[in-house]
Design a protein around this ligand. Structure first.
Ligand code: MN
Length: 253
């Protein structure tokens, strides 16, 4: 083999390595630009993460369909987490170590220029975290104990509460959330928030116990315009055990 050919072969090896390195690097760059928002949001160096659901996307069928769950979790909730992290990059560093519920509770004390983003994305993250946590494929279907007594005291009966809650869900014009909250005196109330606002932004001392997402993205694939049917179906996967536990935590000494 001539020195020229040797050199040429060596050059090819080097050039091949560089090419592989280049391909790996550019593949990684290309991949990064197509990684779903949900995955980007789980990057370790970000203050907020999209925690995995405690059940599979199809676990709440037929009441909430798998396609809706996947899109809702990965695209919508994932997007709120990603945009919350992005908004906090230019914020005072202490905000990056706060719980998302605290960002909501203290919204009026936040930098004025940051408040619109926090109303959307801190709210969006907190609202969806609570929503997923009170849903279950194997829910407790009736409340008991102190929570059941508080529902009776505040609304007259469980059925009366459900009727008022449904009315609030149907009368929320456009997108938003409807909540059951506990007040400091132990009484319960229904509240309703527009867009991605969290009920703590309206009332910082109320404790959110349960929430329903009434954005069309939460139900349109299966129920189309029939929000009432979606609200009825919600009770089949709403876990009263999770709500009892939140109520107990709120009033522990
Ligand atoms: Mn939603």
């Amino acid at each position: 083999m001539s020195p020229e050919r040797l050199t040429s072969a060596a050059m090819q090896r080097v050039s091949g390595m560089n090419r592989r390195h280049f391909l790996r690097t550019s593949f990684a760059c290309t991949l990064a630009s197509f990684v779903p928002a949900a995955l980007l949001a789980t990057q370790q160096d970000e203050p907020f993460q999209l925690d995995p659901l405690p059940y599979s996307f199809d676990a709440l069928e037929p009441h909430i369909d798998a396609r809706t769950m996947q899109l809702h979790f990965e695209k919508h909730h994932g997007g709120y987490v990603r945009k919350l992290n992005a908004a906090l990059r230019s914020a005072p560093p202490e905000l990056r170590s706060m719980e998302v519920e605290e960002l909501c509770r203290q919204i009026k004390a936040m930098p004025v220029t940051l408040q619109p983003a926090l109303r959307k994305f801190a709210g969006g993250h907190a609202n969806h975290r609570l929503f997923w946590s009170i849903l279950s494929p194997d829910p407790k279907t009736t409340p008991q104990g102190p929570l059941a007594e508080a529902l009776d005291r505040s609304f007259g009966s469980l059925d009366a509460f459900k009727r008022s809650f449904k009315d609030a869900a149907l009368s929320r014009f456009g997108s938003g959330f409807v909540w059951l909250t506990a007040k400091p005196d132990g009484s319960l109330a229904i509240s309703s928030t527009p867009n991605q606002q969290n009920t703590l932004m309206l009332d910082p001392v109320a404790v959110p116990l349960l929430v329903i997402d009434v954005w069309e993205h939460a139900y349109y694939l299966k129920y189309q315009n029939r929000r009432a049917d979606y609200v009825d179906a919600f009770w089949n996967v709403m876990d009263w055990a999770a709500v009892e536990s939140r109520f107990a935590d709120a009033f522990q000494a």
